[in-house]
Design a protein around this ligand. Structure first.
Ligand SMILES: *Cc1c(COP(=O)(O)O)cnc(C)c1O
Length: 453
């Protein structure tokens, strides 16, 4: 067996299809519902927001969907991405476990998000759309969409959560470099934004509010559509290129995972890595434990309820059955901005509910402690979000040290942290604290969740 450190595929080995887990699940996922009638939503309910091709993917039962040639051409700027064997971290931990990480920080935006931004923009362009709107928290998704719009000559207009807009000016600069027009949210541009600013001129904003603003702008103009960076079925579909590549890469070294861990904000990098492995598990080809890792400050799977809820704060989106903390929930400003969403992808929620995957929550100081061990051994500075995946991989590797088991652990390092160094400063200066979320706060936000049926 080869002891490679960096397991590469060449461009000709890159997968040319995305994988749709819906085709292989023992039960179909519950459908989205129309927000007014509570009847199953139809394609038409989405058509003011999304292009037809993406609505079709959202509802598709097809097992494999071809990746368009022009999308593959852009993917080749950074794909196939490397799979690393973490020899140096293993040595530091003195573990008999093997740790592999699929590194998505090699994309232009520095995360996995361009994997879906590029096809989303391409499908919109095919239908004559000239502008896309979106929201962004820490700026990862906004910058990915702005990059993809630049590739295909579309305009992008982005509502960035006000607290991040003020705290993370460099992400805004990236969006503007790629031609994006950026507003702090809540903004003066939309009626909803103006109403919130009237109550509080220093409103910190939230992802749910920013989604409401971006959606309301898209609805008003027939040449504009909205793009979402996580949560939806078509987004997870596009991210499966991560897991399809990782399967081929592990096959090159003759390994299969015993444990797969991934961080979950909206669920897209997790689903992207895990679903191709879940397919193999359902087929009986391997039997990995598959585990979601979330922050204790936003414990959507471990403390939320599995219910129909809105994706946004104003209630403009269809209702989705998902694990939720309530659409009005505003999480504490933890450093992993990308994990601060009240809901979880309906597909991840569904497989969790079916018992096909597990979930744990980890506090942020443990995550940053793990990230320093990782950076000092493997070299790469992780984004705050995948520090959760790294901390979970370290927990598992240390367990193997106790039991002597030589497990193979796989995770996704879904982004680098070069624009999140302030978070590392907070941790290293001892100022970072773990925020405990009280059950009362969750109960209050859950009161606003609609009662269906
Ligand atoms: C956005 C983001 C996340 C969270 O989104 P998922 O859909 O859960 O993947 C995690 N990591 C990074 C680096 C991100 O940019």
């Amino acid at each position: 067996m080869t002891e490679l450190t960096k397991i590469l595929l060449d461009e000709t080995e890159m997968p040319t299809q995305w994988y749709n887990i819906v085709a292989d699940l023992p039960e179909p996922p519950p459908p989205p519902l129309h927000p007014g009638t509570h009847e199953p939503a139809t394609g038409a309910d989405f058509s003011a927001i999304f292009p037809e091709a993406l609505i079709a993917q959202e509802m598709s039962q097809e097992r494999y969907i071809d990746i368009p040639g022009e999308v593959l051409d852009v993917y080749r700027l950074w794909r196939p991405s490397p799979l690393f064997r973490a020899h140096r971290l293993e040595k530091l931990l003195d573990t008999p476990a093997k740790i592999y990480y699929k590194y998505e920080g090699v994309s232009p935006a520095g995360s996995h998000k361009p994997n879906t931004a590029v096809p989303q923009v391409w499908y919109n362009a095919q239908e004559g759309i000239t502008k896309l709107t979106t929201e962004t928290g820490a700026g990862q998704w906004g910058s990915s969409l702005a990059f993809a719009c630049a590739q295909f000559g579309l305009e992008s207009e982005i509502w960035q959560v006000a607290a991040s807009y003020r705290a993370k000016p460099h992400r805004r600069t990236m969006m503007e470099i790629w031609g994006g027009k950026v507003h702090p949210s809540p903004s003066e541009v939309t009626e909803f934004g103006r109403s919130l600013l009237a109550q509080d001129p220093d409103h910190p904003g939230s992802l749910g509010i920013a989604i409401s603003e971006a959606v309301s702008e898209a609805i008003e103009d027939p040449k504009t559509r909205y793009a979402l960076g996580s949560v939806l079925n078509h987004v997870l579909l596009h991210q499966t290129i991560i897991g399809e590549e990782a399967l081929l890469q592990l096959a090159k070294v003759g390994d299969v995972p015993d444990v797969l861990v991934g961080c979950t904000g909206g669920g897209s990098n997790f689903g992207g890595l895990a679903f191709p492995f879940l397919r193999e598990k359902l087929k009986g080809n391997m039997n990995p434990v598959i585990r979601c890792v979330e922050p204790t400050a936003c414990p959507t799977l471990t403390k939320g309820q599995y219910r129909y809820d809105f994706g946004d704060t104003a209630g403009l989106t269809p209702l989705m059955k998902m694990h939720t903390l309530g659409a009005s929930f505003i999480p504490e400003p933890i450093h992993a901005g990308g994990l601060r969403y009240h809901g979880m992808a309906p597909l991840v929620s569904h497989v969790y509910n079916l018992g096909l995957v597990e979930a744990i929550a980890i506090p942020q100081t443990e995550c940053f402690a793990g990230a320093l061990q990782f950076a000092r051994s493997e070299g790469i500075v992780p984004a705050p979000e995948p520090t959760h995946a790294i901390a979970a991989a370290i927990r598992e590797a240390l367990l193997c040290k106790e039991t002597g088991e030589e497990k193979t652990i796989l995770t996704a390092l879904c982004g680098h942290g070069h624009l999140d160094l302030a978070s590392y400063d907070k941790y290293m200066s001892g100022e970072m604290v773990d925020l405990d979320l009280s059950d009362d706060v969750i109960a209050a936000a859950m009161k606003g969740v609609p009662v269906i049926g």
